[in-house]
Design a protein. Sequence first.
Length: 286
Amino acid sequence: MSIQVRNLTHIYSEGLPYESRAITDVSFDVADGEFFGIIGHTGSGKSTLIQHLNGLLSPKSGSITVNGCEITGGKIPKRNVRRKVGLVFQYPEYQLFEENVYKDVAFGPLNLGLSAEETGLRVREALFLVGLDFDEVKERSPFELSGGQKRRAAIAGVIAMKPEVLILDEPTAGLDPKTKNDILVMIDGIHRATGNITILVSHIMSDIAKYCEKILVLKNGGVFMYGTPGEVFARRDELKSSGLDVPPVADFLSRLKDNGLPVRDGIFDAGEAAEEIAALLRRKEV
């Protein structure tokens, strides 16, 4: 499974007085099994872009090819595209609607025409992957769950469809710091367990830096940067001049390097940074 996006452009309300060009000439690749990040300010085109990846929006021009099949030419039914590409919207818990968690998670698989037995297996597996106990939550109303549990249950509903690509739009929005971290660890665990493409959309640079192998930075609807975390965050001054933050750990180490200290590039984790500084201090002592 791979994704190729070429010269994608989308215009809202084309031809009307309030016409708006949301994305312009966007191109990038996502490799099989990759954890991919998309970042940018509000209004940079992130949500518009990802809605093209599962066929919710059609572009003005350009193409998207998923696993060798172009999905923007109208030849492939949108239903088939959405079986392969699962999209978790921001605040997905607002889409919970069934009387209990089991029925909510089972809704998608049943609409795929799966048997009750196969659906039950998928519900159990999906709840396990998001860290919810099947027996504990299956009969509970999703509206009785905590905020973090609601979000996990909503994500389970997408996972139960067994998409080959999982896209998550700001999955930690509105959560407290601990729950936010727990959700990110959960997403990383799902990615490792499935081996599928995961696309994480966020404006929080430290989250993207910690988990993603490749990053697309959008600005004013176009590609501003595209590369590995090391390549992107090495361009600290360009990011800052555009109003985008650099992960605090990377920013701190860059400042040390600017002052002549030989710290390694590409460190984004606080623990790894502490080890790097400790090793540097030991070398200084010697």
